[in-house]
Design a protein around this ligand. Sequence first.
Ligand code: MF3
Ligand code: CO
Length: 255
Amino acid sequence: MIELRTPAEIDEMRPAGRFVAETLRTLRSETTVGTNLLDIDRRAHELIRAAGAESCYLDYAPSFGSGPFGYVICTSINDAVLHGRPFDYRIEDGDLVTLDFAVSVNGWVADSAVSFVVGTPRDEDLRLIDTTERALAAGIAAAQPGGKVGDISAAIAEIAHAEGLKINTDFGGHGVGRTMHGDPHVPNNGRAGRGFPLKPGLVIAIEPWFLQTTDELITDENDGWTLKSADRSRGAHSEHTIAITADGPVILTQV
Ligand code: MF3
Ligand code: CO
């Protein structure tokens, strides 16, 4: 079911968006060569507690993961791109890190992800990250009242295809509200003018993610959660929660 939010409800969603944005900024700035992924999770947990927020991930047990996630943040490293379960690993120079974080504050969810390189970057990693960021910006720009979900999908896909990237549509954007994953699904590929109508009050996460040289994912056999590229090439992911208003899209997950 698709729910539309009033302008007052969208205002109520702002603290969650701001907290998610601030937390990702803090965690990113504290992540250096040698940072342990478990410390990033611990720190995120501490910030959640201090803010009185509630994790969307800790007890989350969907069909696409094995049991409850058990952590409050996804840390996907290098060939891992989505749902990276934190584990005892110290970040190395040149690692491509994705942090994906969702909480609720006052009963409203916000969901956002960012990718970055720690230490000395490789050109192709910076290019991949830049492509997901440009795809996210294009998807947001296409999220106009009167349009269709396919407008967002097509805008994202156009950026990826211009870079010669293949797109996996097994996971994409989604409605955001009282819970993290709602309707409509917002695929990272599709046709403009098709799909669910974009109306004022629709709140969605838009989340392009791409792999360097494949569109095939495998699940890490050790944790049953982390999604990695089938060919070990690296992945990147950029996500914002946005509200569609009569005046156009508004990004909620920014400070
Ligand atoms: N926040 C992710 C998304 O962007 C979902 C992560 S689910 C988890 O939709 F269980 F892995 F945390
Ligand atoms: Co999401």
